[in-house]
Design a protein around this ligand. Structure first.
Ligand SMILES: NC(=O)c1ccc[n+]([C@@H]2O[C@H](COP(=O)([O-])OP(=O)(O)OC[C@H]3O[C@@H](n4cnc5c(N)ncnc54)[C@H](OP(=O)(O)O)[C@@H]3O)[C@@H](O)[C@H]2O)c1
Length: 225
């Protein structure tokens, strides 16, 4: 049975992705931070994990390594968005956002690298907010945009590093999705146009189909960085 680690599987896109992989018969290792994962399935293993805590990252990796010798897919989905409306930039929020959305994600991924084999796939959930080709036409979200932009470059450099080993690395933009995070950006007139099942299917399809490594995906197609 193939296995997948999905961080932030308690809500939103991560939860929908966990459901999709379980439906397809995969073993799912789902992490949550505050909210328990509202699923019961013998193929689901849940781990409490705080991506902003180096201790929690170390402990989670130890737990995974004692139970699994190989990981087929990692979906780096967990993230925070805490500066949507901010007109001013504070280093505190940049640090907090980077700690979870970037540094924690990188630490977690790098410590897991020995478990990836030829054909394994690391999928980093990025955002149009982290894209240089997308206009900034609504909310500022400076910390979040910067963290996601840097995450895209991590995808590219990691794909380059892992090329010889045949390990794939991708960024995926889920679009604007009806989740707690997506709804924070909504207004009276503009609401998210996607439901979590849509990116969940796209993440699954990316995971199971052979693709070119080191690319940025949206709705099943390569998009501009
Ligand atoms: N929704 C959108 O429109 C949209 C658009 C572009 C990109 N994205 C990206 O898609 C991904 C999922 O977003 P979403 O909308 O599903 O978000 P969400 O509904 O806010 O869910 C966030 C998930 O991340 C987990 N999480 C938060 N802080 C964490 C921490 N410190 N350590 C570990 N886990 C943590 C949460 O766990 P708890 O429930 O336990 O707190 C939750 O499972 C994110 O990477 C986001 O940036 C979303």
């Amino acid at each position: 049975m193939k296995n997948v680690i999905i961080t932030g599987a308690s809500r939103g896109i991560g939860l929908a992705t966990a459901k999709k992989f379980l439906t397809e018969g995969w073993q799912v290792i789902g992490t949550y931070n505050q909210t328990k994962i509202p699923l019961e399935n013998s193929n689901l293993k849940t781990i409490k994990f705080d991506q902003g805590s180096p201790n929690s990252i170390r402990q989670t990796i130890e737990q995974i390594k004692t139970e699994y010798s190989q990981i087929d897919v990692l979906v780096n989905n967990a993230a925070i968005l805490i500066d949507v409306e901010d007109e001013t930039v504070t280093l505190r929020k940049i640090r907090q956002t980077f700690e979870v959305d970037l540094f924690g994600l990188i630490d977690f991924t790098e410590r897991l690298l020995p478990l990836f084999k030829k054909g394994s796939h690391i999928i980093n959930i990025d955002s149009g907010y982290g894209s240089f080709s997308s206009p900034i036409d609504n909310k500022t979200s400076t910390s979040y945009r910067m963290a996601k932009a840097a995450l895209n470059m991590y995808t590219r450099t990691l794909a380059f590093r892992l090329k010889k080993q045949g390990i794939l690395v991708s960024s995926l933009d889920p679009g604007w999705v009806q989740t707690d995070m997506g709804n924070v950006v909504a207004s009276e007139t503009e609401k998210p146009d996607r439901i979590p099942d849509q990116p969940a299917n796209e993440i699954f399809n990316l995971a199971v189909n052979p693709i070119e490594s080191g690319q940025f995906w949206r709705e099943g197609k390569i998009r501009e960085w």
